[in-house]
Ligand binder design. Structure first.
Ligand code: UFG
Length: 323
C-alpha cells in the first residue's frame, strides 16, 4: 500500500508515518515544515511543500500511484483560530478542498482524516460517543466539522471513501525517544507540566472551580502510539469497507489537571510546582471519549494510554529531545 501523508513531519503525522512504514506501507510525506520537523520523518520520502498547492499535488499524484492519503496537515490552535479565523478556514477548509479535488481528479479515492473532539463543542453528556451532537464553539472545531462534511459529500458524489478520527487529548511520545511533541510555542498541558518539573517554575492551572471531582478540568489523554495504530486500522477499514465513517480516539478515561500534576510528580521524581490561575476561555469542564466504536468496528485496543505510561514516554522525550 502506497500512502501520501500530509503533515507527516508533525507530531501525530510523524508517529503514523513511522508506524505505517513498520507495517510495510510505502509512504511519501508532504509537509511544508512550517511547524513540522524534517528530523521527525523517519520513514519514506519527504516532499517539502504545501498540501494546498494544486500544481504540486497534480505532479505528485500523477507521478506516484497512491492507494490512499492520510491528511494530518492543519492548524490546531483553538485560541489562534478565534483571533484569526481566516487562517483556519483557508488552511483547514479551502486547502483541504484542493487536496480532495486533486485526489478525485487522479482517482485516489481513500482518505484518513485528522479530525478532533473539538467538533462536539460543549459536551451535553460524557463519555461522548460519535452520536453526540456536533456544535463546535470555535473556528478550529468548525473547520474540522466542515472537513468531515466535505468528506461525506465527496463520498456520496465522487465515491471518495473516508474515515475521520476525532482525537481527544493526544499525548505521549515514541517510547524509544526517536520522535515527539516539538512545537515552537507550547500550550499543551503535559509538555508544560514536565517543563515545570524540570525548571521548578510553576505551571498555571487554569481554574480549580469547575464542577469536577477536584475542581480542575477533566481530559481524556490518548497516547500518540495508540493513535498511530488506529490510523493503520482505519486505513485498512477504508480500503475494505469504503463509505464515510468517523471514530472517536480516546482512552475513555478522564484525568483532572491536578491528578495529572500529581502523577507527573511520581513519574519524574520531581514535585511539579503550580499556581491556580483564572479559567481559560472556552475550556469545557470535562471531555471524555467513548471509544467503543473504534474498539468494536476497527478492533482498536489502546495499549499505552494509561497516564503513567504517557507521562513516562513524555518525560523521556522532554529530557532528551532530538529536535
Ligand atoms: N491547562 C492548564 N494549564 C496550562 C495548559 C493547560 O491548566 O498551562 C489545562 C487546560 O485548561 C485544560 C487541560 O489542561 O483543562 C488540557 O489543555 P490542553 O491545552 O493540553 O488541551 P485542550 O484540552 O485544551 O485541547 C485539546 C487539543 C486541541 C483540541 C481540544 C478540543 O489539544 O487540539 O482538545 O478538543 F482542539
Amino acid at each position: 500500500m502506497k500512502v501520501l501523508i500530509t503533515g507527516g513531519a508533525g507530531y501525530i503525522g510523524s508517529h503514523c508515518n513511522r508506524y505505517l512504514a513498520a507495517q510495510g506501507a510505502e509512504t511519501v510525506v508532504l509537509d511544508d515544515l512550517s511547524s513540522g520537523h524534517a528530523e521527525a520523518v523517519l520513514a519514506g520520502r519527504l516532499v517539502r511543500g504545501d498540501f494546498g498547492d494544486r500544481a504540486l499535488l497534480d505532479s505528485l499524484l500523477a507521478a506516484e500511484r497512491f492507494d490512499a492519503v492520510m491528511h494530518f496537515a492543519g492548524f490546531i490552535d483553538v485560541a489562534e483560530s478565534v483571533a484569526e479565523p481566516a487562517k483556519y478556514y483557508d488552511n483547514n477548509v479551502v486547502k483541504m478542498k484542493t487536496l480532495l479535488d486533486a485526489m478525485v481528479a487522479h482517482d485516489v479515492r481513500r482518505i484518513v482524516f485528522s479530525s478532533s473532539a473539538a467538533v462536539y463543542g460543549e459536551p451535553s453528556y460524557v463519555p461522548m460517543d460519535e452520536a453526540h451532537p456536533t456544535a463546535p464553539i470555535n473556528p478550529y472545531g468548525t473547520s474540522k466539522r466542515i472537513g468531515e462534511q466535505m468528506l461525506a459529500d465527496y463520498g456520496r458524489a465522487y465515491g471518495l471513501a473516508s474515515c475521520s478520527f476525532r482525537y481527544f487529548n493526544a499525548a505521549g511520545d515514541a517510547p524509544d525517544g526517536a520522535i515527539g511533541e516539538a512545537r515552537a510555542v507550547e500550550h499543551h498541558l503535559i509538555p508544560l507540566v514536565l517543563r515545570a518539573a524540570l525548571s521548578g517554575k510553576p505551571l498555571k492551572v487554569f481554574g480549580n472551580d469547575y464542577d469536577t471531582r477536584d475542581g480542575s478540568c477533566v481530559r481524556d489523554y490518548v497516547h500518540v502510539e495508540d493513535l498511530a495504530a488506529a490510523h493503520y486500522l482505519g486505513l485498512r477499514y477504508v480500503a475494505e469497507q469504503g463509505g464515510t465513517s468517523c471514530f472517536n480516539l480516546g482512552s475513555s478515561e478522564g484525568a483532572t489537571v491536578l491528578e495529572l500534576i500529581a502523577e507527573a510528580g511520581r513519574v519524574t521524581g520531581h514535585p511539579v510546582p503550580y499556581e491556580v490561575a483564572a479559567r481559560r476561555p472556552g475550556d469545557p469542564a470535562s471531555l471524555i471519549a467513548s471509544n467503543e466504536k473504534a474498539r468494536k468496528v476497527l478492533g482498536w485496543e489502546p495499549v499505552r494510554s494509561e497516564l503513567p505510561v504517557i507521562l513516562r514516554d513524555a518525560w523521556n522525550w522532554e529530557q532528551h529531545r532530538r529536535f
